[in-house]
Every structure is written in C-alpha cells, then in structure tokens.
Design a protein. Structure first.
Length: 629
C-alpha cells in the first residue's frame, strides 16, 4: 500500500485558492487539461525530432476523451512524454511547479509550442472532481505510476503495470448541488461544445466516441451508432497562408464565429513577427449590430494564446473609435494572469493594440482610395463612431481620423473628404464653410447658405448631432478654419459693400433699435446684412453655442435649457425691409407686432420652436385682414 503524502502547507492553501477563487468559470478545467495534454505531446514530438526517433508517428499523437455516465467519470488521455515517479511527485505534489515552463526555458526553439506555463492548470480539475487519478508512464521507462488525490486529503503514488506511454487523467465528478450541475460534464454535446469553444485549434486531434443516430440501410428505421470523432479543427484559419484562403472561407468563418448573417464588408488578415509576435484576423461588418450605439454593446477582440481560447472580449486590444471591428488575436507573447483568464496591462499588450489600430487605419485609408463605393457604405454605417472618436478625445485623435471623414458637399452633391474640399477651394477662399441641419433638403434651403453659395464657395452639410461638437474640437483642417454659415460674421463683403452696409445700418439705427427693444431679451442684436439674397430674414447665432448645438443639448435627458445668442438679420434689398420702414414712419406702434412676426418666422426657418404659436397665428390673421380692408 502506498504511503499517503500531504501537500505542503503553502501548496494546500494555493490548492484551496485554485478551487474556489482563481478561475471564473468551472468549465475552464477541460481547457487546462487538454492544454497540458498538448504540452506533453509536444515534448515527445520534439524529442523525436531532435533525437531522430523513428517509432514516433505524429498521426498517432492524439488526445482522447471519454466519459462514463454511470461511474460519473471523465477521462483525458494523451500519448505524450509521460511522467515517472519523481516527475509525478515534483509536478503534481508541489503546486505551481510547471514542467512546461522549465522545458520551455531549456529548449528555445520555434518547433516548441508550449501552451501552459503556470503549473496550476491541472488543479482546476478539483473544481469539478472530488477525486483525481493520474496514471502515467514516461517515454523510455518500463514502469508506470498512478497519482491519486482527493485534494485536501493529500495524495499517494503507487506503481501500476501495463500502462501505455503517456498520461491518463481520470476525474471522479462531484455530486450535484442546488447551485451546480456537474452532470453536464458527462453530456456528449456539452463536452463537444467546450472543446470547440476553448481547444478547437490545439494542433493534435482531440477524439471521443460519440453516439449518433443513423438511418439503417434499406429501412426507414434509425439506430444509434458509436463513432470515434475528432472534435477539433486543429489548424486555425489565421495560421494559414492568406494566398490559400478563399473569400468564402473567410466569410463562413466570420458568420459562424461572430453570429452574423451577412458576409463581412472587409477582412483584415495580418501576421506580425518581432519583439511581440501575433496573428490577427479582423472583420468590418456589413452593417452595425442592432445594439451598436447602446451601452449593451461590448467592444473587444477574441484572444487566443497559441491557438487556445482565452477571452471573448479583450477590450484593450481595440480602440474605442474602431469598436465596430470584430475579430481575434492569437499571440504567444501576451502576459496572462495565473488563470489565463485576464490580460495583464503590460507593454506587450499596448504594442499589439497600437499595431492593430494602425493596421485598421491604413486599411480604411486604402479602401477610401481604391474602393470609394465600398468606403462610402462603410462610412454610412460606422462614420459616426469616427466622429465620436475625435470629439471624445478632445481632438487628440484628429490627425489619425480626420482624413477618414466624409461630408456631403452642397456644390458637388456627393460625399467628399476634407482634403478634397480644400483642394477645390477658390483662391480667395480662406475658410471651410459648413451648415447644420436634419437633412440635405433643409440645409440647402437655409437662408444663411445663400451668400456663400452666391460666391461659388462650397458648403459642407453637417447632419449628425455630434458634427458641430466634433468641429469645435478639430478647429481647423490643413490650417483652414471651419466656419458655420449661421454663426457670426462671414466676412464675405468687399470694402465697398461693407461701407454701404454700415451706412444702411446707421441710416436705420432708430428702426433697428426699436425692433431690438420690441424683442427685448430674445435677441442680442438686430441688423441689416448682406448674408441674405432672396430671403427676407434669418437668425444667426452669436459666438459660442450654435443653434444646432442648442437643439442637441436641450434634447438630452439632463438638458439645461441652453440658448444660443440670437441675432436677427434683415435683408435690406427685400421688400419686407421697405415695408418695415414704412410702418415705422407711419404707425410706429405696430413695429412691435412686425418684430415679433419676423422673429418667429426666422425661428421656424431655423427649425427652432416659437414660444407662442397661437399668438403667431393670430398676428398673421390680423395682418391679412388689415391688408384686405
């Protein structure tokens, strides 16, 4: 009878921590055991290569799973390097003593692909098992040994005859509780799904006898058939040569992996070698997910370490402004925590994230340059996120993202870049003009656009709520300042026109002051302007908050009743101005009503609410009756 040995005190405490705290999900145990089996197989295969051992065939190096529902056991078997008594004692009797880590350090070679290096993964088995039995025979040894433990009860090792080379780990599952159903680890389909989820790309076949229902020959009856099935695909798509991968393969992988019904708009497949090496397979979806602009949407890339699935949403690997990108990263160089469930915030992570950001940026620029139609579809779907990127970074991302932006050109009647706008600017033009509104049609009819269009200057249409906030953060492009056509002075007049306008304002000073006094605190000023050509009046905002920003801010749940400073501008060449002059000279008491009508009319043109719609309607009716007397 073998002597029972106790774990060292510190190992016993670590074991308790392992079982209860380190791993978030109990199902991780199968990933860890399969990863260990893969490591053991790698070690034997490496030995065969370096020592020219001819009796080891890679095709025989499988990882076998088996379950027994009645006996409530789950078994993982490998045909790898195996362990002798001393190694069983060393690796399983002392927690966190990793043979893989030691082997990796002693043998620096590209042929070695060791998954587990922490030396704690094996003990995750105790999260689901009340007893673990490890039977192993080392390659080159005639004697096998079995290690048995019930965790807190210590362990024992005894000789076992007639064992094949390799290691078999047999888990005696815990009894079910109200909180935990351990029977699921004895379910064929659940085991298959766990292998597919975590270990699909382990590069040895993971096999298991599975029962399927098949139709009998020459009969309509079905029978259960047991087949030995390979559960994993082994070779990751991202490890294959891009030249050998068809578009259909990328598309099917994306739809299957990321639960989308449509093919991706863009596939980015890249491999990087250097101080930090990784493979990345990234996808830009054809349309935004339903919850993309909600708090429910989680950004992030799937993370693999040497083909073993680690994490579903590694958010640190993708910047917020490219949150629409889906995909995965597989790296052997990322530092993971002891359970391999979380990334450590280290230099390698930042290097990979920075390179992925640059790759996405360059691919989008290339799409914009070579496939404009596709890029415009992309921008329609995700351009808002790029704008948010500039705004939320207070303009720090301006240089990275500004050349990816598209805006509707009033002159060209199509989407253009800022670079294209500047290249087509008139020689005398010094600013980039824009106007804001809900639709192209509404913006094109704004009175404030007239003066700019009259000089054959282009106007960019800003139709997203974030646009003006983003523009404030950008300030300029290519040293050309942005100018809102509905805000402040446009400085489009010649010196002669300015003098003429000054004279009109001066000659009508008392009239304009009366209009301003009639409107009281509704306006900061009333003046005549050359901004208008065919329209009678318009409102422009003072410096600071624009009308569009006012609408957006007040529509927010915590709106603070923000108001832009309003300037009422009147067209001196319109008949309405002559009519007001006439009223002021002959019936000055009526000027208050005219001021109110003009102001409300200007508010409606701007898409702003009027304070008293009933009074506005009554005044129009009174005026119509008066004119027909």
């Amino acid at each position: 009878m073998a002597e029972k040995k106790q774990f060292k005190a510190e190992s016993k405490r670590l074991l308790d921590l392992m079982i209860n705290s380190i791993y978030t999900h109990k199902e991780i145990f199968l990933r860890e055991l399969i990863s260990n089996a893969s490591d053991a197989t790698d070690k034997l295969y490496y030995k065969a290569l370096t020592e020219n051992i001819s009796d080891i065939n890679k095709s025989d190096l499988t990882i076998d799973l088996a379950f027994d529902k009645e006996g409530r056991t789950l078994t993982v078997t490998d045909h790898g390097i195996g362990m002798n008594k001393e190694e069983l004692e060393e690796h399983l009797g002392t927690i966190a003593n990793s043979g893989s880590f030691k082997f990796k350090n002693e043998n620096e070679s590209d042929d070695i692909d060791i998954i587990g290096q922490f030396g704690v993964g094996f003990y995750s088995a105790f999260m689901v098992a009340k007893k673990v039995e490890v039977s192993s025979r080392a390659y080159g040894s005639d004697q096998g040994y079995t290690w048995v433990s019930e965790a807190s009860d210590g362990y024992e090792i005894f000789e076992t005859d007639n064992l094949p080379i390799g290691t078999t780990i047999k888990l005696y599952l815990k009894d079910n509780t109200e909180e935990e159903n351990y029977d699921e680890y004895l379910d064929q389909y659940h085991i298959e799904s766990l292998v597919k989820k975590y270990s699909d790309y382990v590069h040895y076949p993971i096999k298991m006898d599975v029962t399927t229902s098949k139709k009998k020959e020459d009969s309509d009856e079905y029978e259960d058939v047991v087949e030995n099935k390979t559960l994993n695909s082994m070779i990751p798509l991202w490890k294959r040569n891009k030249k050998d991968i068809k578009d259909e393969e990328y598309n099917e992988f994306y739809k299957d992996k990321f639960n989308d019904f449509s093919d991706p708009m863009k596939v980015i497949h890249t491999s990087v070698e250097g101080n930090v090496s990784y493979d990345a397979l990234l996808f830009i979806p054809s349309q935004p997910p339903m919850n993309f602009y909600s708090n429910d949407y989680e950004k992030g890339l799937q993370l693999y370490s040497r083909g073993v699935f680690i994490m579903d949403k590694a958010s640190d690997l993708i910047p917020e402004h490219f949150r629409f990108v889906k995909g995965l990263v597989d790296s052997q160089d990322l530092s993971l925590n002891i359970s391999r469930e979380m990334l450590q915030h280290d230099r390698q992570l930042k290097v990979i994230a920075d390179r992925i950001e640059k790759k996405i940026q360059s691919e989008l620029k290339n799409m914009l340059k070579k496939d404009r139609e596709t890029y415009e579809k992309f921008f329609k779907n995700f351009g808002l996120q790029l704008k948010f990127g500039i705004y939320q970074s207070y303009g720090m991302l301006k240089d990275k993202l500004q050349d990816l932006l598209l805006f509707y050109s009033g002159k060209e009647e199509k989407m253009i870049t800022l670079k294209e706008y500047v290249e087509n600017m008139k020689e005398e033009q010094t600013e980039i003009y824009f106007a804001s509104g809900e639709t192209k049609e509404k913006i094109s009819h704004l009175p404030q656009v007239e003066a700019v269009r009259d000089r054959d200057f282009d106007v960019l249409y800003m139709m997203d709520n974030v646009d003006e906030f983003m523009i404030q953060m950008m300030r300029d492009y290519d040293s050309k300042a942005f100018k809102n056509v509905a805000q402040g002075d446009l400085n489009l007049d010649s010196e002669e026109e300015k003098k003429e306008l000054e004279k009109i304002n001066e000659d009508n000073k008392s009239l304009l002051e009366s209009l301003k006094e009639a409107l009281k605190d509704k306006v900061v000023d009333v003046k005549v302007s050359n901004r208008l050509k065919s329209h009678p009046v318009c409102l422009v905002s003072d410096q600071g908050v624009s009308f569009e920003m006012e609408k957006v801010l007040n529509a927010m749940p915590d709106g603070q009743d923000v108001k832009a400073g309003r300037i009422l501008e009147i067209n001196p060449n319109h008949d309405i101005f002559k009519a007001i002059q006439n009223v002021y000279q002959n019936n000055a008491d009526k000027i208050k009503d005219y001021a109110s009508l003009l102001f409300d009319q200007a508010l409606l043109i701007e898409g702003l609410s009027i304070e008293d719609p009933v009074a506005f309607s009554n005044k129009i009716c009174e005026l119509m009756i008066e004119l027909n007397k």
